[in-house]
Ligand binder design. Structure first.
Ligand SMILES: *Cc1c(COP(=O)(O)O)cnc(C)c1O
Length: 496
């Protein structure tokens, strides 16, 4: 399997190169040159395996320059950081299930990929004979940052610098990041929202002068953002695994189609579901759900991709994103894998802030999309707790709300799996308020949420109440190059 760029599909590279680079030199994203197909008895053969082995088998279809034994080893290491099954499927109603993806070290689904990415990146560097230190630069809307810090903490030959929007993350998210331990990490706030942070990081990547100066310090840049192929491919695995779990428990027959509902921000999670569909996983609909920052909901419904819009701060901050980077990968498929057409559209986006695309072609017979405002999100949390005794976090509740509306409108009764992306305790004040209890203090809210729901808060979150915040810098977006260089120099000095 080779990889090509969405903006220059003639040049091919290996999975290792794509993982090390993060983003293609031409500014495009790496995509597989074709989709592997789940052939013959592939799915049946996964049924008896545990998650690490299932994931390794699926990864092997995409990452051909990694041996199956190697992938098995990395998956075992990564998913040993989860308590029990890394992604259990929980039944909450007849034909309605929740795929819990938040059992990892940072209590959000980003762990599913970011516990694995460091192993893939370190191995990829070895395969390519790269001795330089890797500087992983990451912009986060709140959850990626912490998951990257945990994943890469003390990783050999790798340093991590995370930028978060100073006003855009929950208190728990911020303390999770700023209290991070490890000698190879740092965290800096950027004044503005996630898109400002993401744009700043992208400009650092595009800055040849900065790259040259980093090179002098012995550093290559890489990214842990969800545009990295090493993030995307591990996410394909849990959709396949969820299907196997439903088949195993007799909830569906092998070959029967199911729906997935996915809360979406940067569109990595839902795109991974689409990749599973392209591989032949029996999927009826992928319901893409956004909050009031609904650029995706709009483009799927009327074909207008317009990122020039008001930014809303919502109770689902990890989805407060106006420019969903991974959407480019779907555009690439929709325009018939024509990289010139993608280039043209994204040039238009850069100059005009929007482009149009045929909405029906975009839905490809599989996507449905909608959005939930704050009231609807709260209602979903309240109602599903009231009726099903299940507590959604604020992000997953967006998907539950949009799915609920979809199923009422269409009367589609296909068995449906909601991808649950965070522990409700990570957003305790908002979840609690949806249940009708006001408590602004994040840690008091955690206690009250435990009492209200009889659930236990993961220790990784409750222990933050006493954590010391190590990293306090907040800079403006145009100071990012300087901050990157400063960190690189400090890291080099530390390692010498
Ligand atoms: C990142 C994140 C999302 C959005 O996922 P994308 O892959 O960016 O679409 C949703 N919920 C939570 C809790 C997240 O951390």
């Amino acid at each position: 399997m080779n990889y090509i760029s969405t903006r220059g599909s003639s040049k091919k590279c290996s999975a290792s190169e794509a993982i090390v680079k993060g983003i293609s030199d031409d500014g495009g994203l790496f995509v597989p040159s074709s989709f592997p197909i789940l052939e013959g008895r592939f799915l049946e053969e996964l049924l008896d395996l545990d998650y690490p082995s299932r994931a390794a088998k699926i990864l092997a279809l995409f990452l051909e320059d990694f041996s199956p034994a190697e992938l098995e080893k990395y998956c075992r290491l990564a998913y040993s950081r989860f308590d029990g099954d890394p992604c259990p499927v929980v039944k909450i109603e007849d034909d309605l299930f929740v795929l819990e993806l938040f059992g990892g070290p940072t209590c959000a689904f980003k762990d599913m990929a970011l516990t694995l990415l460091p192993h893939l990146l370190a191995a990829a560097k070895k395969k390519l004979g790269i001795d330089d230190r890797t500087l992983v630069l990451t912009a986060t809307s709140g959850d990626t940052g912490k998951a990257a810090l945990e994943g890469f903490k003390d990783a050999e030959g790798i340093s991590v610098l995370v930028f978060y929007p100073s006003e855009g993350v929950s208190k728990i998210q911020r303390v999770q990041m700023t209290s991070q331990q490890g000698g190879n990490v740092s965290v800096v706030g950027i004044k503005g929202n996630f898109d400002d942070a993401q744009r700043a990081v992208k400009s650092a990547f595009a800055d040849e002068n900065l790259r040259a100066r980093l090179k002098k310090q012995g550093f290559e840049l890489s990214s842990a953002n969800s545009i990295n192929l090493g993030r995307l491919i591990p996410q394909v695995a849990y959709y396949v695994s969820a299907y196997c779990d439903l088949a195993n428990s007799g909830e569906i027959d092998m070959g029967e189609k199911i729906n997935f509902a996915v809360p979406s921000g940067n569109f990595g999670n839902a795109l991974a579901c689409f990749y599973a569909y392209k591989m032949g996983l029996p999927i009826n609909k992928i319901v893409v759900a956004t909050n009031a920052n609904n650029v995706l909901a709009q483009v799927f419904n009327d074909g207008i991709y317009n990122v020039k819009r008001v930014f809303y701060k919502t109770m689902s901050p990890s989805m407060d994103i106006l420019v969903p980077s991974n959407f480019e990968r779907l555009v690439f498929e929709v325009v018939g894998r024509d990289s010139e057409a993608v280039k043209e559209l994204y040039l238009k986006l850069q100059t005009e802030g929007s482009f149009e695309i045929d909405a029906e072609a975009l839905r490809a017979g599989v996507f449905e999309a909608g959005w939930a405002d704050e009231e609807e999100t709260k209602d979903a949390i309240f109602n599903y707790f009231d009726i099903d005794d299940y507590v959604f976090d604020t992000h997953t509740a967006v998907a539950a709300s949009v799915y609920n509306e979809y199923s009422c409108e269409t009367e589609d009764d296909t068995p449906t799996v909601i991808a649950a992306t965070a522990s409700p305790f990570k957003f305790a004040p908002s979840v609690l308020s949806a249940l009708g209890i006001k408590e602004k203090d994040a840690f008091k809210a955690i206690n009250k949420l435990q009492l209200a729901t009889a659930l236990e808060c993961p220790y990784a979150l409750s222990s933050l109440a006493h954590a010391e915040e190590r990293f306090k810098d907040v800079i403006s977006a145009d100071e990012i190059e300087e901050a990157v260089l400063k960190f690189a120099i400090a890291q080099r000095e530390e390692k010498e």
